[in-house]
Design a protein around this ligand. Sequence first.
Ligand code: ADP
Ligand code: ADP
Length: 228
Amino acid sequence: MIELQGIHKIYRMGAEEVHALRDVNLQIGENEFIAIVGPSGSGKSTMMNILGCLDSPTRGSYSLAGEEVSQLRDDQLADVRNRRIGFIFQSFNLLPRLTALQNVELPMVYAGVPAAERRRWAERALEQVGLKQRAHHRPNEMSGGQRQRVAIARAMVNNPAIMLADEPTGNLDTKTGEEIMALFHRLHREGKTIILVTHESEIAQQARRIVTFRDGKIVDDRINEVAS
Ligand code: ADP
Ligand code: ADP
């Protein structure tokens, strides 16, 4: 489903060059559950941005569901992103003036789904994360765990095959983090590919496969027997 070959990412800042990824090769199949780990600055976020079609590699090929996406223009990349990927962020990234329901509807607004249908799918997604009763609340009227569940509902509403999460439990207490992980496990059982970046080893240990980055390279890639 995902195949990266010879991926390099070089950031240029004036005369300075930062090699954020150096010759990364990675294959991810359907319905995997992967944790990406590694020290700060090792290239994890850069990898997520490329996997999620938010950014393109400087060199190398990226095949996503059979489509070569490494050389696409920004608007083409946005289209692939909207069709294939759901994003979840540490800081939830909800729009504060919109209700939970309106936040969840947003990806469908971009996808051109008619209003009545949007509402129906958004209500259903909120129901699936256990937040039907909060549909008309704004983010500041909700707890951190509830906000993250709204963000997960938003990420799944277009029915993407791949969910990418960057430190999804980083702003949550342990118990709430566990509830969020339980949601990821459910999505995984339903067939999604889950890829998450985490600093927390207890979170990484719940993934079926753990990929470790260091200095822009993959230095370890193993099946996690504990979770399998
Ligand atoms: P991680 O997520 O593992 O902390 P990053 O992918 O954020 O690592 O960063 C990898 C390297 O690339 C670091 O040296 C970082 O400073 C650099 N970097 C990341 N983003 C940019 C950017 N937009 N411009 C310049 N350098 C960047
Ligand atoms: P089931 O109930 O059998 O699991 P769904 O009701 O989830 O099936 O999906 C029925 C169809 O609607 C599928 O083709 C699915 O891809 C599509 N679909 C699911 N969610 C959305 C959405 N948020 N927006 C548009 N289409 C969707």
